[in-house]
Design a binder for this molecule. Structure first.
Ligand SMILES: N[C@@H](CC=O)C(=O)O
Length: 320
């Protein structure tokens, strides 16, 4: 028995563990031109994404969803709108971002009451600057699962941050009841190549998802799926990329990567990852999926030249 295998009666065996083995887009939140949440447009986006082949869940209230820019009431209502729009076809997963453990656990309970099935558990953001005490991330996942019953996704932040989890911490979180997947954005290929195989070996059922939007190809051969904001704008090609990765078909994966490259450059290589969210909305508007690309502060509109470049990239990639 592995060191990390808890006693059988402690591991939840959720009869219906959410299946994330495919594309899991993190939808943007649609606002009207005055910056109010456009509930109907969000429901339409949910249905549009859920109708795409290979989409396994929708992960709302994340970075791409400007989740922390919404009020508590808006967060709850957005979950309800998604649950109603998806009508049980695929699960709604909510980003859980509260800083304190109890605050996050209560946030997760609200999400569960609103109909979410899963939680993408962000690190407590103070850890980005100060780091975390050994054991604190484990407590955070435990409290969230115990309070809400939401199936949890372990969110691995980049190696360049102090909120990145060392391997021991990842393994101990993965061993906890309710943790069914990891979304890995470590962006350090030495760590990726070292740690992913250990996670796989110790927890064969743990679903491994990449979130390296800006260079997906390089992680695509080791994963069960992707959990990405990129999934908003090119779900068809991203699902094809995931399939090529699973088939170990490098030539096909490379061709899809190359087809997407103008879009990748214009959305994710343009500036900070935050800017990527603004670009996602412009690209969705170019696809005709959104009418309005309004973002909430602290996001800032891009220049009209940038908008034109994003639209041109979507055309060059053959998406519009
Ligand atoms: N792709 C991103 C965006 C997050 O939610 C990441 O790596 O974390």
């Amino acid at each position: 028995m592995s060191l990390y295998d808890p006693a059988p009666n402690k591991r939840p065996a959720p009869a219906n563990v959410i299946d994330l083995r495919g594309l899991n887009p993190a939808p943007v939140t649609v606002f009207d031109s005055e910056g109010k949440v456009d509930w109907a447009a969000n429901a339409d986006l949910a249905k549009w994404l859920a109708g795409k082949e290979g989409v396994k869940s929708l992960v709302i209230l994340g970075h791409a969803g400007e989740g922390t820019f919404l009020t508590t009431e808006e967060q709850v209502r957005l979950i309800e709108v998604y649950v109603e729009a998806l009508d049980g076809n695929i699960p709604v997963i909510a980003g859980i971002t509260g800083e304190g453990t109890e605050v996050a656990a209560k946030e997760a309970k609200r999400a569960a009451d609103a109909g979410a099935i899963g939680a993408l558990v962000y690190p407590s953001h103070g850890w980005l600057r100060f780091g975390y005490q050994d054991g604190a991330p484990q407590d955070r996942y435990k409290a969230i699962y115990e309070e809400s019953g939401l199936q949890c996704i372990l969110f691995q932040y980049p190696d360049a941050t102090k909120a990145t989890y060392n391997l021991k911490t990842q393994l101990e979180i993965a061993a906890q009841p309710g943790v069914v997947a990891t979304k890995n954005g470590v962006r350090n290929m030495k760590r990726w190549d070292t740690e992913i195989p250990v996670l796989r070996k110790e927890f064969p059922d743990l679903q491994i998802l990449t979130c390296h939007d800006e260079y997906l190809l390089h992680t695509m051969f080791d994963v069960d799926g992707a959990l990405v904001g990129y999934g908003n704008i090119a779900p068809e090609l991203l699902f094809a990329l995931i399939q090529a990765g699973k088939a170990k078909d490098y030539a096909k994966a490379r061709a899809i990567h190359d087809q997407l490259l103008p879009v990748t450059k214009n959305v994710y290589h343009r500036g900070s990852h935050m800017e990527g969210t603004v670009a996602l909305k412009i690209a969705l508007r170019a696809r005709g999926v959104l009418k309005d690309a309004t973002v909430r502060s602290p996001l800032i509109d891009l220049s009209s030249q940038a908008e034109q470049e994003i639209e041109a990239a979507m055309k060059e990639a053959g998406i519009v």
